[in-house]
Design a protein around this ligand. Structure first.
Ligand code: PMP
Length: 364
């Protein structure tokens, strides 16, 4: 064994050595429909104004305070009065922060992070990396929550954290609000429910305004799907005393000053981003109806900016789509209920047509 291999064996945790890196495929030259991005840029005039704003950013100092960005988020994005937010370098970082705060290092019983599966992959990954056990509770075949199974698993495992993506990724549906309420109640003082509203700009259903009802609720969001995936900004809110605990695990200066400036600018033009989201919602419904009319194709109902589609042979269809230079996500291997499913972002009319034509050609 080489010295470097020995070094890695002697130093890096076995469970870290055993996993793969989070793979981001090279999308250059492809129609990129694999990551639920908003395909629209800000209008040119706003991009010019943003450029001027960024040119004035003070780069030689650490970000001074997040007060003005937090105030803009709280004021414009429905955070209840008296509630604050914590900012993250994407909501990915917020997920890690929650896991880091709740993992109980060195205790006999490891803390548990529970989520319905299939779910956003970072829940299980962050749990593992933080040293929590991950418990996945299968969704029903129609992707609704199996409430009895969730309640039984909560009783059995007493999770510190339960993540519920609302709408869910990769299935695209909204779980029943009443089911989520039952889960929050069952957790009581023993666990925190995290409602992950990454796709809220499309679903327009939210638990944010209901935070005061539930002391054990965290609501997490991101600006990524709204059209700002490149700036990496997530935010979460909860009862102030709970939020104060999570603030302790936030890395100092985790949100950079360019992100801060760009986000404040974008929030001044939230109407533009919301109009893009409305456009994508219409495009989603139109594309969904067109795809569902194809023989052998099932399109699942979606409240997000992507569609989950079942075909007869997903591996084959994805390979043919790649040959057409169209990049989607093959979900087949993620979970048994996703057999022969692929996930595709909704995009501009041009790209949706391109996808539809390539998809139709890939079915034969
Ligand atoms: N939550 C869900 C449900 C997601 O689908 C995603 C991104 N795919 C995220 C969180 C992470 O978002 P961010 O870009 O803010 O890290």
């Amino acid at each position: 064994m080489s010295l470097l291999d020995q070094l890695i064996n002697n130093t890096v945790r076995p469970d870290v050595r055993a996993i793969g890196t989070y793979h981001v495929p090279d999308a250059s030259g492809y129609v990129k429909l694999d990551a639920m991005e908003n395909p629209y840029l800000l209008p040119q005039q706003l991009r010019d104004e943003l450029g001027a704003r960024l040119a004035g950013a003070v780069l030689n100092r650490y970000p001074p305070s997040y007060a003005s960005l937090k105030a803009a988020i709280c004021g414009k994005l429905g955070v209840p009065a008296g509630y604050d937010v914590i900012l993250g370098n994407g909501s990915d970082e917020l997920i890690s922060m929650l896991a880091m705060a709740c993992a109980k290092q060195g205790e006999a019983r490891r803390a548990v992070l529970l989520a319905p599966v299939p779910a956003f992959v970072m829940y299980a990954r962050s749990a593992q990396l933080a040293g929590m056990d991950f418990v996945g509770v299968p969704l029903n075949d129609d992707f609704t929550l199996d409430l009895n199974a969730m309640l039984a698993a909560i009783e059995q495992h007493r999770p510190a954290l339960v993540f519920l993506a609302y709408p869910n990724n990769p299935t695209g549906n909204l779980f029943a609000a009443a089911d989520i309420e039952r889960i929050i109640a069952a957790l009581g003082s023993t666990g925190i429910a995290v409602v992950d509203e990454a796709y809220e700009p499309f679903a327009q259903h939210s638990f944010m305004g209901r935070l005061p009802e539930f002391p054990n609720l965290v609501v997490m969001r991101t600006v990524s799907k709204l059209g700002l995936a490149g700036i990496r900004l997530g935010y979460m809110s909860a009862a102030p005393a709970l939020l104060e605990q999570f603030e302790k695990v936030r890395p100092p200066y985790n949100v950079n000053i360019l992100t801060q400036a760009a986000a404040e600018f974008a929030l001044d033009h939230l109407d533009v981003l919301n109009a893009q989201a409305a456009l994508l919602n219409h495009a989603r419904d139109a594309l969904s109806a067109k795809l569902a009319a194809l023989p052998g194709v099932t399109v699942f109902p979606s409240k997000a900016n992507f569609l989950l589609i079942r075909v007869a042979h997903a591996d084959d269809v994805c390979a043919k789509l790649l040959a057409h230079r169209v990049l989607v996500k093959n979900m087949s291997k993620m979970h048994a209920v996703l057999a022969n499913c692929l996930r595709v972002s909704v995009s501009t009319p041009e790209e949706n047509t391109l996808f539809y034509d390539a998809f139709q050609a890939s079915l034969v």
